[in-house]
Design a protein around this ligand. Structure first.
Ligand code: FES
Length: 676
């Protein structure tokens, strides 16, 4: 190459170099280390190498590009265009050759390590770098004078064309290798697992399809799976089902006890979750219209108990202090070792657990939300029956888990229910009249909007879901219906007949069905249950803040499906989360599922999270005396000692307190006597 040779400039990388006339753009890209995809190795059959040449003046690059800067459109490009259609202005990088100075744009979809865009602006995109890729090669035919095996010649071709290291093959490949090579007339496409340098699958000729991977969030209640195209990074199907283990116990500890009480119980639960998993795989493959055997990789995230039960390890030790995990390390296994029906050689990866109570799901949240890369101090809370809490920044990350119990999911609440059509999810209470209005899942109308009753005729108002219970209690607190210690006032104290005596304490009537007379109310025991749950959550977070040596955090991220529906203002009025600017409290949606997707699509992220998990400081709340102290303070709404200055600048919290429960009962008794 000389100074007289044409200059080739690639965008967006900005890489440039001089190449002799006639050099294919794909070759120039490879020599400069430009990220330009190819599956067929420049044979004009895969179309992965598409580029967009630019013509005219480019003062920024110091070149003028003539219309004739690339070779003419050729027959291969025409054939592809006729068959599949090439977008306007595109050329095939392996066919177009350099004629004079040229500027070439590599579109995102033609990049090997393309960025898979995440919807939320504040998080990084995922760089596509999957475990398995497909390569097309033409293999030398066997020769009496060169007595080498078919695999050796295939490996040599892969090394020569793709610079792959010396590969070996999985057993199932050996079984079909000879037939496939001959059927494809020595042209084959291979799926290669680049982590293990193994050929996993071989197709005769050029394989036009794709290969897939699964990102699975194995929860105690539900199992959710996302099927991703490993060549594009796109999610092609998503599905979820109830965890079939529910029949052995609603919550984790009851499943641990089931295994303790029933010999072989753990094996039964392992079989059941794996069976459920296979059903889920059938569902996603069907939705995407693909054969399940094209799924070559799967990543799992789960809490420690599910982790053990899925792997077939008795969770006994997780049911008692000191909650020792069999291992907290990440696992790489064959799918068939877990009885999963995918590609016969499919690999699986299970993220590492952080501690006995902080699982691989929390590790996945850490991967998705990356508190270790945050300049400002971020608190990440994954709310479930156990809240998993991370606090950190680039300096360090702390983690703990706090036993919130199932109240946030609507359990232990008199009118509580899971989020489903008919459940109250949004509530407002007028601070003057104390009258409520609400919205139920499945209808956009508020309960005082005209047409509300007609809109909910199919379902009715069935109960209050987790986000609804948080809103109603926070609204009751703001309207002076419930006081700081969590007591609901009497009709006289609150000025509303909606408060009624319910046993020894008062309750607040939210709704009475005009037809059936069914009442949905919030009782004092409901408030107690939420106080316990939110105090557990807050004290976990506060303990981590103590350990970090801070009294405030810069931002709060709420993860999990429940977090997606919580209103930050109401969560703060309850004192669930530390005081922070409301616009700095955001929802991350299913961050654990996203973490699984990141680990699936980018294998470097696996090493990264393993390293991050090693560096996370684990705090065991059960042995920290300060936790109890914080818990007691946080039982108040919002808190008996923490000032919450930011919250107080946004809302005014009534300061009066009502009588204690026994006085209320006493008062109620007097009222009852007066009536009789
Ligand atoms: Fe396959 Fe160009 S590299 S068509």
């Amino acid at each position: 190459m000389s100074d007289k040779d044409p200059l080739v400039i690639f965008t967006p990388s900005g890489k440039r170099g001089r190449f002799t006339v006639g050099t294919p753009i794909l070759t120039a890209a490879r020599q400069l280390g430009v990220d330009l995809d190819s599956v067929c190795g420049g044979r004009g059959i895969c179309s992965k190498c598409q580029v967009t040449p630019s013509y005219g003046e480019f003062p920024k690059h110091g070149v003028t590009v003539a219309e004739t800067a690339l070779s003419e459109w050729n027959a291969v490009e025409q054939r592809y265009d006729d068959k599949r259609g090439l977008p306007k202005g595109r050329r095939l990088g392996c066919q177009a050759t350099v004629q004079s100075d040229i500027v070439i744009d590599v579109p995102a979809e033609s990049q090997v390590h393309k960025q898979v865009v995440r919807k939320r602006a504040e998080v990084r995109d995922i760089t596509l770098n999957p475990s398995t890729r497909i390569y097309y090669v033409e293999v030398q035919e066997p020769d009496m004078h060169d007595p080498s095996g078919d695999l050796e010649r295939l490996v040599a071709a892969l090394r020569k064309d793709w610079e792959l290291p010396d590969l070996t093959a999985d057993l199932s490949v050996f079984k079909t290798l000879q037939e496939t090579l001959r059927k494809g007339e020595w042209k084959v496409t291979c799926a290669v697992n680049l982590l293990e340098n193994r050929i996993m699958h071989i197709w005769p000729g050029f394989y036009e399809g794709s290969i897939y991977g699964l990102a699975v969030d194995l929860g105690s209640t539900t199992i959710a799976g996302h099927l991703c195209d490993l060549q594009t990074g796109e999610v092609v199907a998503s599905s979820g089902l109830m965890n079939p283990q529910i029949r052995f116990g609603e919550d984790l500890m009851s499943r641990v006890s089931y295994s303790m009480m029933n010999p072989g119980g753990d094996a039964e639960m392992t079989a059941s979750v794996r069976e459920g998993m296979n059903q889920l795989f059938d569902a996603v493959a069907e939705e995407a219209g693909i054969d399940k055997t094209l799924i070559v990789d799967a990543v799992f995230v789960c809490n420690p108990v599910m982790h053990h039960l899925f792997l077939g390890i008795d969770p006994f030790e997780l049911g008692q202090a000191p909650f020792a995990l069999a291992t907290s390390d990440a696992f790489s296994l064959k799918a068939k070792d877990l009885d999963l029906n995918l590609h016969p050689e499919a690999r699986t990866y299970i993220l590492p657990c952080i501690a006995g109570h902080v699982g691989a799901d929390a590790a996945a949240v850490a991967l998705s939300e990356a508190p270790n890369k945050s300049e400002d101090l971020v608190l990440v809370v994954d709310v479930g029956t156990n809240a998993e809490i991370l606090l950190g920044n680039t300096e360090k990350v702390l983690a703990c888990s706090s036993p919130t119990g199932p109240a946030f999911e609507g359990a232990q609440i008199s009118s509580g229910q899971r989020a489903a059509p008919g459940a109250i999810e949004r509530v407002e209470i007028d601070p003057v009249t104390k009258e409520p209005r609400f919205r139920v899942i499945g209808s956009e109308l508020w309960s005082d909007d005209p047409g509300f009753l007609e809109a909910i005729a199919g379902t009715g108002v069935t109960g209050i879901c987790g986000s609804g219970i948080i809103e109603v209690i926070a609204e009751m607190r703001l309207a002076g219906i419930v006081d700081g210690p969590g007591l609901i006032g009497s009709p006289e104290q609150t000025g509303t007949e909606r408060c009624f005596l319910d046993g020894r304490t008062y309750a607040y009537k939210l709704w009475e069905d005009p037809e059936t007379g069914q009442v949905i109310s919030v009782t004092n025991p409901d408030i107690r249950a939420i106080q316990m749950a939110k105090a557990a959550l807050y004290s976990g977070a506060r303990l981590l803040m103590d350990k970090f040596g801070v009294d405030a955090v810069d931002r709060v991220v709420l993860a999990g499906a429940f977090g997606a529906h919580i209103s930050p203002k109401h969560a703060m009025v309850l004192g669930m989360i530390p005081d922070a600017p409301l616009d700095k409290v955001t929802s991350a949606g299913n961050a654990a599922g996203t973490g699984a997707r990141i680990a699936l699509l980018n294998t470097e992220a696996r090493a990264e999270i393993e390293d991050t998990v090693h560096k996370i400081h684990k705090i065991e709340t059960a042995i920290e005396p300060r936790f109890q102290e914080h818990f007691v303070n946080a039982s108040n709404i919002p808190n008996s000692v923490e000032p919450f200055p930011i919250l107080n600048s946004v809302v005014t919290l009534p300061t009066e307190t009502f009588n204690t429960g026994s006085e209320a009962a006493h008062q109620g008794g007097r009222r009852r006597r007066r009536r009789s």
